[in-house]
Ligand binder design. Structure first.
Ligand code: 6R9
Length: 647
């Protein structure tokens, strides 16, 4: 057992802190005792076109779940991220772009950002994109991805970003689900010296997407691509010819800002819908307080804009606060594993926010690549995406942060829009591995399997009992599924899908998903999605997928596959199936282990008993629990005998 040390707030963090320990207690108390008053005040951090008079209108009870914040106010998100900063900080750098190659970088000021976004907005309008239309963004990590998001926001279009690592099929499914009218993409992406064929993938996806009438293509590499006349438009040509002035659309606080697809325990990924007012208030506020953001700070979040972390903490939160945000196209180990820290030195980064999987991968390379850099500019470190194991936390703290920098371990989800449980750097003593305490306005509750609230030091299922402004409003096109997924397990409460422990100091320790979602390198993958990709192969009869511990990824994907009668189980076929899943979903879904299983453990009603498969995948087959309800208990011995070596 790892001994828990507490790390007190360092003196210098206390001195510059926007929120001190006492203030945290006081404000938190106010935020839960008088949420209307608290959020009425916080709403003022944005510029509104028509100010709100109503604050909160929320019902968590199925079948009437409805969530509204600031519902009679109007505003525009791009104005809040750009226009309102121009008078004071037009010449300040808004985005520092660091390319895949260390020689490739750029700085974009707020004035330049306004120009780019205005032009692209006009191009989109000229293509017939109107308020409420959906636009898919399938881009590498280049500034144009941020311009595309903000241009959508400016004209009231709803963006749906699809991570550049997803396959043509995954892209097509997401475009079809929200009937996007336009796709904004690039000829190719570049990551770690390798090219990603974004336009080729887009062309392939669009064979089954009749709703898309135009494709805007950024020239990133100049690689060879095909061109569909009348549909495809070069970004550079079109924006050069367009006017930079585009008046913003007046949006209601509850008008959609974006859709972002995320994996759940069943079925196809869900289109998580976020609206404008509450999301922006929450993204801006959490960015300011969690990262103790001060004017002039250089802030770097290493996420991809294809994930929610990129939405809230590369683009909307930082830009709403007039910050300088760094956008990185590359990967942590290219050209070598010093890259992150070299970039910190090069751009004098003060705040660095990354995922535990990256920390673990770099930790494996030893201290040399870190200690060969200065990192003197660093003041604060952050972690997100999965539980950070105390060993990785300690390494991050001691080696990367030279024991000077607090670490904010931020727990949140695509659904929550922003950070819900986290330390504040000037207010919270740290315990490695704990996400610490709730943010203002957030009321966590740990419940048992029957939904009974558990008090004090305890462990159970994590729910949130009251709404906060950044909460998702619905699943796009399927409000029923929204209510079923999040509000029906525990009546009247938002259920996170995570397990959680609370210690005697009230600190929260997230223990991981309690549903059929696997967290691979901080990316969510539904077991059902991988299973349906596998059974789509014509040699596969049945498949069951579970998560298993993985040294670098946190969790890896373990697949049990039953082949059709007469098909020979060969190593070649194993490779073929792994490739097949890559192609069907994307590289992040590749099974790490694949085991042939002539039979799967099923109940007499035909339900696969994943609990047993999980134990075998974890090498814990000594303690399988009750197997007597299985239709054929014999299959278990076969699975144990043929389990995959995970080391
Ligand atoms: C922001 C993001 C959400 C799931 C969440 C949980 C896990 C995220 C965490 C964490 C422990 C943290 N998770 N942050 N677990 N400690 N600091 O990652 O969103 O991709 O939707 O994933 O990730 O299991 O439920 P998303």
């Amino acid at each position: 057992m790892f001994e828990v040390h507490t790390f007190p707030v360092p003196e210098d963090a206390k001195e510059r802190a926007l929120v001190t320990k006492d203030q945290y207690q006081e404000w938190y108390k106010k935020s839960v005792e008088d949420p209307e008053g608290f959020w009425a005040e916080q709403g003022k951090r944005l510029d509104w076109i028509k100010p709100y008079s109503k604050i909160k209108n929320v019902n968590f009870m199925v079948p009437d779940v409805s969530i509204k914040w600031f519902e009679d106010g109007t505003l525009n998100a791009s104005v809040n991220c750009i226009d309102r900063h121009l008078a004071k900080r037009g010449d300040q750098v808004a985005i520092i772009w660091e390319g895949d190659e260390p020689t490739d970088d750029a700085k974009i000021t707020y004035n330049e950002l306004a120009d780019h976004v205005g032009r692209l907005s006009n191009v989109m309008k000229a293509q017939g994109v109107k308020k409420g239309d959906r636009v898919c963004i399938y881009m590498p990590m280049i500034p144009e991805a941020a311009y595309a998001m903000l241009a959508c926001a400016r004209i009231g279009a709803v963006h749906s970003i699809v991570f550049g690592g997803f396959s043509p099929d995954s892209l097509a499914n997401r475009i079809q689900d929200s009937e996007c009218k336009m796709v904004i993409t690039a000829d190719e992406g570049v990551r770690g010296g390798r090219k990603i064929p974004l336009k080729v993938n887009t062309d392939k996806a669009l064979e089954t997407c009749p709703s898309v009438t135009s494709v805007v293509v950024v020239k990133r590499t100049g690689g060879d691509i095909e061109w569909v006349d009348g549909r495809d438009i070069w970004y550079e040509e079109a924006t050069e010819a367009a006017s930079p002035d585009c008046p913003p659309e007046e949006m209601n606080a509850e008008d959609p800002l974006f859709i972002l697809y995320t994996s759940g325990s069943t079925g196809q990924p869900k289109g998580v819908l976020h609206t404008t007012g509450g999301y922006m208030v929450y993204a801006s506020m959490t960015h300011q307080y969690v990262f103790d953001y001060h004017d002039g700070d250089i802030y770097w979040c290493t996420a991809d804009v294809g994930w929610v972390t990129g939405h809230s903490y590369i683009v909307y939160g930082p830009l709403a606060n007039g910050a300088t945000t760094l956008m990185f196209e590359g990967v942590p180990n290219y050209p070598d594993s010093s890259r992150f820290w070299q970039v910190c030195d090069k751009h004098q980064v003060n705040t660095f926010y990354t995922a535990p999987t990256a920390i673990r991968a770099l930790m494996r390379e030893g201290n040399g690549p870190v200690t060969s850099t200065s990192r003197k500019s660093l003041r604060l470190l952050g972690s997100v995406g999965e539980p950070i194991n105390p060993e990785a936390w300690m390494w991050y703290h001691e080696v990367v942060g030279d024991k000077r920098c607090p670490i904010v371990d931020t727990w949140w989800q695509t659904e929550t829009g922003g950070i819900l449980i986290t330390p504040l750097p000037g207010a919270t003593d740290l315990k490695p591995g704990s996400a610490a305490l709730p943010f203002f306005g957030v009321q966590p509750q740990i419940v048992d399997n029957e939904g009974e609230p558990l008090e004090g030091a305890t462990e159970g299922n994590l729910c949130i009992t009251e709404s906060w402004p950044g909460q998702m409003r619905t699943v796009y096109g399927d409000h029923e599924r929204f209510m079923q997924t999040y509000f029906s397990t525990y009546k009247g409460k938002y259920f996170t899908g995570d397990g959680c422990r609370r210690d005697e100091d009230g600190y929260y320790w997230i223990t991981g998903r309690v549903d059929d979602v696997i967290n691979v390198s901080g990316h969510r993958m539904g077991t059902a999605e991988v299973e349906s990709a596998l059974v789509a192969h014509d040699k596969v009869a049945e498949a069951a997928v579970v998560g298993a511990p993985h040294d670098i990824k946190g969790q890896g994907i373990y697949a049990y596959v039953t082949l059709n009668a007469g098909v020979e189980p060969t190593d070649e076929l194993k490779k073929e199936l792994v490739q097949w899943v890559r192609k069907e979903i994307g590289p992040i879904a590749s099974p790490d282990w694949l085991q042939w299983s002539p039979g799967l453990p099923k109940t007499r009603s035909g339900k696969i008993m994943r609990r047993i498969l999980r134990k075998i995948a974890e090498d814990e087959f000594g303690n399988l629990g009750d197997t007597s309800t299985l239709a054929d208990p014999g299959v278990v011995d076969d699975l144990i005998d043929n389990r995959q070596n995970r080391t």
